[in-house]
Ligand binder design. Structure first.
Ligand code: SF4
Length: 289
């Protein structure tokens, strides 16, 4: 679905390009496999495993230049972490579901599993790049290698995978990563009349007024930040895994050094040219200049 995204900024090699969506190498899997419910993000209801009516015969999107104007805003937000091209070119060796219709159902079931594996690879790769996690590097590398191995499994083996159990194992390491990084920030803040707030997992911060807030090292896992005003906030070293940024205002916010931020989250938010992003993420084309 991110076919319409025009990533004009260079992406450093430190994040494997394999974890970036390459729609040219995919079979339109997100446009078929996933279900939509008619909403502000999608103009239509669509059941899982049914092609979107805008999908063309060559797996391109017929309205990709006008997705937002035609009611498909959600398609400009979605990101598969490169799972689409992995399923298309590696798992199914370039044979698409039109040429080989007997593979279609299985391929559409494999895709969401692969997306979860690629998402974990994204987080583990990031955790391995951090100096603060040196004591965890052996365990992180092992988890990354194992996750990488799973991405190469056959379709049948992928469907039998206990993905929830694997996610839970990886999550232990990601939590330890978060604690190590945020502890360093908290030590620096100690004695400086820290204004640091603490939030529970999945905190309800819908519409919160956090303009200019010092959120360095904050625990914002799964936080609902929908339509929150985070303009000019500092989110350095904040754990943002799974945080819901839909329509959050990130104008002028500093997200460099934040933990576990994804393109999907950035695409869902609002921002501008003064929003500072990690080098691994791109400024969405729909943000204001
Ligand atoms: S509108 Fe385009 S990008 Fe969105 S699901 Fe349909 S074909 Fe895919």
């Amino acid at each position: 679905m991110s076919e319409q995204q025009d990533y004009t900024e260079p992406v450093p090699d430190r994040i494997n390009h394999r974890l970036r969506a390459d729609c040219e190498s995919c079979f339109g899997l997100c446009c078929v496999a996933l279900p939509f419910a008619a909403s502000i993000d999608f103009a239509i209801d669509k059941a899982a495993s049914h092609p979107c009516h805008n999908l063309l015969g060559d797996f391109r999107c017929g309205v990709h230049q006008n997705l937002r104007e035609t009611g498909f805003r959600g398609c400009t937000v979605y990101d598969c972490f490169g799972a689409g091209q992995q399923v298309a070119q590696v798992t199914y060796r370039g044979q698409d579901w039109v040429q080989a219709p007997h593979t279609a159902k299985q391929m559409f079931e494999v895709f969401p599993i692969m997306r979860q594996l690629h998402e974990l690879l994204w987080y583990l790769t990031e955790a391995l790049e951090l100096e603060q996690t040196r004591s965890l590097h052996a365990a992180l590398r092992s988890a990354r290698d194992e996750t990488d191995r799973l991405t190469a499994l056959s379709p049948e083996a992928l469907l039998e995978l206990d993905i929830a159990a694997h996610r839970a194992e990886v999550n232990v390491l990601l939590l330890q990563t978060s604690e190590l990084v945020r502890a360093g920030v908290h030590r620096q803040q100690k004695g400086s009349r820290g204004r640091q707030k603490s939030y529970d997992r999945g905190a309800d911060l819908v519409g919160a007024r956090l303009k200019g807030a010092d959120l360095r090292g904050a625990y914002l896992r799964g936080a609902y930040l929908i339509a929150a005003d985070l303009s000019e906030a500092n989110l350095g070293s904040a754990d943002l895994i799974g945080a819901d940024f839909r329509d959050a205002n990130l104008s002028g916010a500093d997200l460099t050094g934040s933990l576990f931020l994804t393109q999907f989250q950035i695409n869902a938010a609002k921002g501008d040219a003064s929003t500072q992003l990690p080098l691994t993420l791109s400024r969405p084309p729909h943000w204001t200049a």
